[in-house]
Write a protein that binds this ligand. Structure first.
Ligand code: SAM
Length: 352
């Protein structure tokens, strides 16, 4: 999909705003619901459906917009409850979310690896089909401007730089759909890497061929349904990999006030690397649109971002020291006004 920021702005009348102002107008009403129990009035809840149907009637055929039992009618009772208990979510749907075939099912689906595909132009639509959405779809706005999406694309490019040598043996942890091997015209076939992709979420396995457009094995990628811990505790995998990737993973391993789980994970991943091998990873930072996604768009997960990019770097430096890894590169998300995260390259010393 080709989505230029300019086209998204023209089509949807959106202009980049101050992310704090943009996000808090939704976060605050959500907090009012969650902390103070302020429910959305029913008339506002039902207006969401009215506006959505009006929008769909202008852009789709009845087969496409599916107001029947197989479509919105089936999911509406659940959505109605969610909107009732989340004023920020209702505001988002009333303000602009109703002008979309993607935002509604996206909210219902919640956080899962496949949801990240929205930043690469694909998502489930109202009929339950996974589609490449066109530029005149509201989700294109999110795909282009959403700071987290911008960061995710940057971290893909960051990893691809390191992966550009041929014949690497690679382990990717919390692999999701390995965007590094699919985007930016990455020459996955030509490089002939041997990749093991470790993922604990079974749902990812249901969509592999759909997302890759082929069997990932054709690109040298073998999926393993497992937790990362099981892999690094298995001596069969020790000292085997040129590159280990943990993109979007480390922020699941943060405890407030302690670096213990992060150090444990890094020390475990280090064992998988050959001496001199590299680990590519990132830490996410607290950022208003991330809070908006979590609180107003149903992205509940165990991810715990660092407070700021600076504190993420400080924490990573300490964790590397403890885990016996050398921090060879740090790149702060440079495209967003408030950085969404920091990318790191760590190296296992040649001599342990
Ligand atoms: C934020 S997504 C990132 C996916 C992919 N690496 C990317 O950059 O698009 C994190 C993924 O890690 C997976 N995950 C989280 N903890 C895991 C663990 N301990 N072992 C294996 N997978 C894990 C989740 O299921 C999810 O698919």
């Amino acid at each position: 999909m080709e989505v230029s920021p300019e086209a998204a702005m023209v089509n949807h009348g959106f202009f980049p705003k101050d992310p704090w102002k943009d996000a808090w107008q939704f976060i605050l009403p959500t907090l009012a619901s969650k902390l103070l129990g302020r429910k959305t009035p029913w008339d506002q809840v039902d207006e969401v459906r009215t506006l959505l149907e009006l929008y769909l009637k202008t852009v789709d055929t009845p087969e496409q917009y599916r107001l029947d039992e197989a479509g919105i009618e089936k999911t509406w009772p659940r959505m109605r409850e969610m909107l009732r208990h989340n004023r920020g979510m209702t505001k988002l749907m009333l303000d602009h979310g109703h002008q979309s075939r993607i935002v509604y099912p996206y909210i219902l689906q919640g956080a899962q690896a496949i949801s990240l595909e929205v930043f690469f132009g694909r998502a489930f639509d109202l009929t339950g089909e996974f589609v490449a959405f066109p530029i005149n779809e509201m989700a294109a706005y999110y795909a282009v401007w959403e700071p987290i999406g911008v960061f995710i694309r940057e971290r893909v490019a960051y990893a691809q730089f390191l992966l550009s040598r041929p014949h690497l043996k690679v382990l990717t942890c919390g692999a999701g759909f390995c965007p590094e091997y699919r985007l930016n015209g990455f020459p996955a076939r030509a490089l002939q890497h041997n990749v093991i992709a470790v993922e604990e979420d079974e749902r990812v396995f249901d969509h592999l061929n759909l997302v890759y457009g082929c069997d990932p094995k054709e690109l040298g990628i073998t999926y393993l349904l497992s937790r990362v811990e099981n892999v690094y505790c298995n001596p069969l995998y020790h000292n085997k990999f040129d590159v280990v990737m943990a993109q979007g993973l480390l922020s699941y391993y943060r405890d407030i006030g302690s670096n213990r789980r992060t150090v444990e994970l890094l020390a475990g991943l280090k064992q998988l690397l050959k001496p001199g091998g590299r680990l590519v990873c990132d830490l996410q930072a607290m950022e208003p649109t991330l809070i908006r996604c979590a609180e107003c768009m149903g992205w509940q997960s165990k991810l715990l971002p660092d407070w700021t990019a600076k504190s993420a770097i400080r924490r990573m430096k300490k964790a590397c020291q403890k885990a016996g890894l050398v921090l060879t590169d740090i790149k702060v998300d440079s495209r967003n006004r408030t950085p969404c995260g920091v990318m790191f390259t760590l190296q296992r010393p040649e001599k342990a």
